[in-house]
Design a protein. Structure first.
Length: 183
């Protein structure tokens, strides 16, 4: 993934790092640090843990990058690493509610209150999905990854990623409708 025409893609950066160019890994860190932080934050629910997960995911990437078979799959690999570390942290600790300030920082300040509440309810509903469906939704919607990359990160086929996404959307609609009826 190149961010513009003048920047090398992930595969090239991985190859350069394997040849001893430390600056290539720095470029990968700059490219993915914030996205994996936001992914982790949606799982772990607080800033400190999300920063810790993002840092641990990047340290693991640094230590194991030479073992990655396909340098072009770095994005899926580092997302999968961050998601797994997040899930491990959530399993090891009692889940904490996301900090409203952290999540609200991503919301446009002028967004109508009804839309903000709907987005909050949707984010909460996503946390109720089974882990595989949640990962697929997080990567597809929040990270805007194509299904091929989602499948790599979720360690499943592209068709399975699409099926998980479909079932997750059905489940999210049901959760949202149940909450609406309960009001």
């Amino acid at each position: 993934m190149a961010t513009n025409d003048s920047e090398p893609d992930d595969q090239e950066l991985v190859a350069r790092f394997r040849r001893g160019d430390g600056a290539a890994f720095d470029a990968l860190v700059r490219r993915y640090q914030r996205p994996i932080y936001w992914l982790a934050l949606r799982y772990v629910g607080n800033d400190a843990d999300a920063k810790d997960v993002a840092q641990r995911a990047l340290v693991q990437a640094f230590c194991k990058l030479r073992d990655l078979r396909d340098g072009g799959s770095f994005r899926a690999w580092v997302y999968r690493t961050a998601a797994n570390l997040s899930l491990n942290l959530v399993r090891d600790r009692k889940p904490q509610a996301p900090l409203a300030d952290d999540l609200a920082a991503r919301e446009p300040a002028v967004e109508p209150l009804i839309e903000v509440e709907t987005q909050r309810r949707l984010r909460q509903a996503v946390t109720k999905l089974p882990p595989q469906q949640r990962l697929v939704v997080e990567l597809r919607i929040y990270e805007e990854l194509p299904f091929a990359d989602v499948a790599d990160a979720a360690e499943c086929s592209e068709d399975a990623a699409k099926v998980n996404f479909h079932h997750a959307m059905k489940r999210l609609r049901a959760i949202m409708n149940d909450e609406e009826k309960a009001k």
